[in-house]
Design a protein. Structure first.
Ligand SMILES: Nc1nc2c(ncn2[C@@H]2O[C@H](COP(=O)(O)OP(=O)(O)OP(=O)(O)O)[C@@H](O)[C@H]2O)c(=O)[nH]1
Ligand SMILES: [Mg+2]
Length: 323
């Protein structure tokens, strides 16, 4: 029910008019996270529920079934093995033999895997946002801009996606919505040149946070990676402040998110993940696999299309909602 409500809310937000002054978010973060992850819970939670309805006692067969359930939730073989081993060990040491405590044990393991020190944000801060097309990069940038504006930061957006016709316009709408400035060139311009100009503008105007959009698709993968490498070189040479590169992953893609991380990791050093569309997916467990395989933390989760639908990642909320 909460999921349906959250869908309705997004539809009405989609039709909102652009405002200059950001207002305070109204819904509690935990509430939004719960709404967003509701589908995730019903999928993994349902399978787990079925399993627990069948097994009262924890034994080898139960662990085999549990392993299959976790893998089917995109958690990956390595993370699943780690979770199973930890739960097995705790059951042995604490003499837990009935399945009633499995939820609590699993949540503990998942939070432990996903826990990360929140990075100390130093300003001026540059955030480079990468990811394949359609995952929600521009939307995430808009939401981050709104969040930083609410914190009283001066934000500038760089329209580095010069490939797609409407990309810069979309970013401009988000800039207006969040009270941010924008640097753009015409369509087909050199992405690295836009970023170069944005960095100069950010320095000259005393901007606190400069967020750079990038193309999700070019003629081919090599062009995309070459362009990203070039943008990376421009930033390295022209930005002395703090820099973070976030990959945006669409939670509905499941396992494919892993190959995306691999691909972008080769072109640029990734510092974190924005996991989007958790409001509309039965997946999201792939973040556990990625954390385990690449030691890459989720920084934000996207739970809708509105400017307030970005949450700072919380491992306890995440694990409590995923199971
Ligand atoms: N439900 C939901 N939709 C989202 C979320 N984030 C983005 N979207 C939608 O996903 C679609 C694609 O988002 P964009 O931000 O344009 O994606 P992009 O990665 O910038 O795409 P390209 O510029 O084409 O590479 C849009 O319709 C967004 O409104 C989210 O967290 N939840
Ligand atoms: Mg975009």
């Amino acid at each position: 029910m909460a999921f349906l409500w959250s869908k309705k809310k997004q539809e009405s937000e989609g039709a909102e008019t652009v405002t200059d002054t950001p207002e305070k978010p109204k819904t509690s973060l935990l509430g939004k996270m719960a709404q967003g992850l509701m589908r995730t819970r019903s999928s993994l939670g349902q399978k787990l529920g079925n399993l627990l309805a069948y097994y009262d006692k924890i034994d080898d067969e139960f662990f085999e079934e549990l392993e299959a359930v976790l893998i089917s939730a995109d958690m990956g073989v390595v993370a699943t093995e780690k979770i199973i081993n930890t739960v097995r060990e705790r059951c042995k040491n604490e003499k837990i033999s009935d399945t009633a405590r499995i939820h609590e044990l699993l949540r503990g393991c998942i939070s432990d895997i996903m826990r990360a020190e929140a990075p100390d944000e130093v300003y001026p801060l540059l955030i480079l946002v990468v990811g394949v097309n359609g995952v929600g990069k521009t939307t995430a940038i808009g939401k981050m801009a709104y969040r930083y504006s609410l914190m009283g930061k001066k934000v500038l957006l760089a329209a580095g996606d010069t490939f797609r016709a409407a990309a810069a316009e979309q970013l401009e709408v988000w800039a207006e919505r969040s009270g941010a400035q924008v640097v753009r060139h015409g369509e087909g311009a050199d992405s690295a040149a836009v970023i170069f100009d944005a960095l100069s503008a950010a320095r000259a105007r005393g901007v606190d946070v400069c967020i750079c959009d990038t193309a999700g698709r070019l003629q081919n993968k090599k062009n995309l990676m070459d362009e990203l490498a070039k943008v990376g070189r421009i930033i390295d040479r022209n930005w002395e402040g703090e820099k973070q590169t976030y990959i945006v992953l669409d939670a509905t893609t499941g396992q494919n998110a892993i190959s995306q991380v691999k691909m972008f990791n080769e072109a640029t050093k990734l510092d974190g993940i924005v996991l989007t569309k958790l409001d509309g997916t039965a997946k999201g467990g792939v973040a556990v696999a990625i954390k385990e395989e690449f030691d890459l933390n989720v920084r934000y989760v996207g739970v809708g299309e509105g400017k307030e639908d970005l949450l700072v990642f919380d491992p306890e909320d995440y694990s409590a909602n995923i199971i």
